[in-house]
Design a protein around this ligand. Sequence first.
Ligand code: NDP
Length: 240
Amino acid sequence: MTRTALVTGGSRGIGAAIAVALKNAGYKVAANYAGNDEAASNFNAETGIPVYRWSVADYDACAAGVAQVEADLGPVDVLVNNAGITRDAMFHKMTPQQWREVIDTNLNGVFNMTHQVWTGMRDRKFGRIITISSINGQKGQMGQANYSAAKAGDLGFTKALAQEGARAGITVNAICPGYIATDMVMAVPEKVRESIVAQIPVGRLGEPEEIARAVLFLASDESGFITGSTLSVNGGQFVV
Ligand code: NDP
């Protein structure tokens, strides 16, 4: 049976690597994105993976978007909540808008998306919800009170929902990447990046494909006993 996977923020960075890995593993894959049409159409041209534009921060747009994906590819069996943004600032300078945008995308977006696929997964007695949280949701990071709060919220959501989904064959897990070489991290000034790498015992940034392999593992039928868990993929930077 060919399963269908939907990856939010699947047109670039970690999400793109996840979408490609799922496709290579035989899934039907849809990739969502927010607004960068050029990156999305390049990704579509390179991979053949269909791309769908909507914001995960908008509940009604998520409902319409998932309905379209399911009409095109069939019911979503695997949802990867990967879309995320940063709006970094020290707290005394953080604006309500910076706070809200990050919570809306990185936490409310996970509710908005998971809510669309949950009933179908319960009815079909199978589902995989995999949310990309962050090392900074585990340990907290100065300059990221908004981001750390949202990503920590994703972990609480995962643990609670895992209990609700267990009897229906739905597993709900989170992955906490450390620092991965994507646009998000490459936008950090080089000096800061060097100081980050110095804190990673493995001695380098992670690659998007290393997160994708963890997603493949949690998505598989064989991972049915793993639920409510947080998988750290961080080069040893933070050991829980
Ligand atoms: P990128 O900035 O490289 O890519 C972000 C992707 O998310 C893009 O496809 C973007 O679409 C999409 N996106 C952003 N906002 C929305 C939205 N509101 N609705 C739908 N799609 C949206 O990010 P990364 O690949 O670096 O990060 C992916 C995830 O991993 C995020 O959740 C991030 O917090 C998390 N993470 C990343 C780490 C890292 O080191 N890179 C470390 C720990 C966690 P568009 O192109 O249209 O803007």
